[in-house]
Design a protein around this ligand. Structure first.
Ligand code: NAD
Length: 547
């Protein structure tokens, strides 16, 4: 049993349950000091092992300058914008959050929205408040026996599905980052393509992060594959369900009714047509707002601190992916290269993942192979999951999703160091944009004598390019005029191209552009809409100076 006493500083006002949890621990002393000045915290933390914050305090580099014995900062909640992560990482301080605490609460809200939709609770209530008694108008539909399609089968999606099963519903799901035929003991059939699940659902409920692959995934084209009289629930992120297309689908009767807890712009404008549509039920981003979730975040924050301090592991780490480990210069460069390569290839993974194969050559890199593998996996997954993924938990994340990871090492001294990732999608899944199936995504990189990272191949297109700064990758038909088209279109959009690598294969070409600033969605759309442009992806990588 541990004999040390951990001093835990509550630097924001925490729910009483969290404070009680700390005082109940035999090895903890609570320092409950919300609302102090920057200088006061800078001194106080030196004698504390853990610090728990909400969104009130700004944990600045100045506070962390001499951290004394501070080892962990926990955010009771999700967003860590108020914590200087760079400063914390530099001082070796772990930062954790409590993303899981709102899972049940958000799943319940999505469920409440679904039930309310099918029983017309919103419009019936409104009618009553207007003095009406519309019993015939609001004949509802039963949940029992309906088929609900759960899009995104992570924490919230699965929790929602368990509840739907308990109500006698059929549950089908789509999640390209879970490599399984069925889930929840065979009770949920998994679909490999978004388009394939659509004809099987009376109701669609979205539980995905917002990224390039999920933005507007339910839109006027995909509605065509849906059942007539569909019900739609979005308690994930605004914009996953295209708002303009939803209004049209409701007007045309394709969608019977929809419920939205989240919006592209929050709050939506007062005159936004979504606000006043009889078949659209809206709530002001209430998914995580329950008393229980607020209590849970405080208790989870304290628990996550103690798990780490007691040496029992790391839960909810936000910055562990950046922790420095003793590596040689070359090893460090390859770990950095792995992260850059992963971030470059990640937006191209539009048919999910069943297998990641990492090929590593070079004797000196052997000792860093685990770190290179983990860094690569974090970069590949992080944009697709809202669950925190880091070098500590990423192998378990892959395993839990039945994604096979292999690293093959060739440590023959005569072979030049190099790094390749090959990413396979589940069998039968097709690329959501190009509709191609069974294609392996592949990227190869090297670090040459100048110690700069280079990308030498992406999907069979060969190049020599330093991956840094804002970049745009385009796949286009290989015909005259394409370079001019891209230059003119971006020029017209005020996007300045600083550098360009072009590689040709068969009838297509890949252009990798370095641009002066990260293009906006509208600027990217301008390129996407051009004839002959097949695919676009934008990424922003750190500068390579000093890496
Ligand atoms: P999670 O990471 O556990 O699950 C997200 C799932 O989406 C993952 O399993 C991932 O594989 C899957 N996914 C990624 N890309 C996909 C794609 N293109 N198609 C289908 N599935 C894809 O995250 P979570 O905690 O379950 O959160 C789900 C969503 O709910 C997130 O958008 C989160 O921000 C949102 N959320 C909303 C509220 C609210 O107040 N309304 C509260 C909490 C979370």
């Amino acid at each position: 049993m541990s004999t040390s006493t951990f001093r835990v500083l509550a630097a924001d006002k925490l729910a009483q349950e969290g404070l009680d949890f700390i005082t109940d621990q035999s090895d903890c002393e609570l320092v409950n000091k919300p609302g102090l000045s920057e200088e006061e915290y800078a001194t106080l933390i030196q004698d504390c092992d853990a610090m728990i914050v909400r969104s009130g305090i700004k944990v600045t580099a100045k506070i962390l300058e001499n951290p004394g014995k501070l080892k962990v900062i926990a955010r009771a909640g999700v967003g860590v914008d108020n914590i200087d992560l760079k400063a914390a990482t530099e001082k070796g301080i772990l930062v954790v959050n409590t993303a899981a605490a709102s899972t049940i609460t958000t799943a319940e809200h999505a469920f409440a929205l679904m039930m309310s939709l099918l029983r017309n609770v919103g419009p019936a209530y409104k009618g009553m408040t207007e003095g009406k008694w519309d019993r015939n108008k609001f004949t509802g539909r039963q949940l029992h026996g309906k088929s609900v399609g759960v899009v995104g089968f992570g924490r919230i999606g699965q929790t929602f599905a368990e509840r739907a099963l308990a109500f006698g519903m059929d549950v089908v799901a789509y999640d390209p980052f879970i490599n399984a035929e069925t889930m929840l003991d065979g009770r949920v059939k998994m679909f490999k393509n978004f388009e394939d699940i659509l004809p099987h659902a009376d109701i669609l409920s979205f539980h995905v992060p917002l990224n390039d692959a999920t933005r507007s995934m339910l839109n006027k084209e995909t509605y065509k594959l849906c059942r007539d009289g569909l019900y739609v629930v979005n308690a994930a992120r605004g914009g996953v369900v295209d708002e303009a297309d939803l209004l049209e689908a409701v007007e045309s009767g394709k969608v019977a009714a929809a419920a939205l807890d989240v919006f592209t712009s929050e709050p939506p404008a007062e005159d936004d047509p979504l606000r006043n549509h009889p078949q659209i039920l809206i709530t002001p981003h209430l998914g995580a707002s329950t008393k229980e979730a607020q209590q849970a975040v405080s208790v989870d924050a304290a628990e996550n601190c103690l798990t780490y301090l007691r040496g029992d592991g790391i839960v909810g780490a936000v910055n562990a992916g950046n922790l420095k480990i003793n590596l040689s210069d070359l090893q460090e460069k390859y770990v950095d290269l792995a992260g850059r390569m992963a971030k470059l290839i990640s937006p191209m993974i539009t048919r999910g993942i069943s297998e990641v194969s990492i090929g590593l050559t070079g004797k000196e890199l052997a000792a860093a192979s685990s770190m290179i593998e983990r860094t690569a996996l974090v970069g590949i997954f992080e944009n697709h999951l809202t669950d925190p993924v880091n070098i500590i938990n990423v192998n378990q994340v892959a395993e839990a999703r039945s994604i096979k990871v292999t690293t093959t090492l060739c440590d023959d001294e005569k072979v030049q160091p190099g790094l390749t990732f090959e990413i396979k999608g589940p069998q039968g899944a097709v690329d959501s944009e190009t509709k191609e199936g069974d294609k392996v995504r592949r990227i190869t990189g090297r670090v040459y004598d100048d110690l700069k990272p280079r990308i030498v191949e992406i999907n069979g297109y060969f190049m020599d390019m330093i991956p840094e700064g804002p970049m745009v990758i385009l796949l286009n038909e290989d015909r005259p005029g394409m370079i001019g088209l891209v230059g003119t279109t971006f020029g017209g959009e005020n996007v300045n191209i600083a550098d360009m690598a072009i590689s040709r294969r068969d009838t297509t070409a890949m252009m990798v552009l370095k641009v002066d600033s990260e293009p906006t969605e509208a600027q990217l759309d301008a390129i996407k809409s051009k004839d002959g442009i097949l695919k676009t992806a934008a990424i922003n990588l750190p500068a390579t100076n000093g890496t």
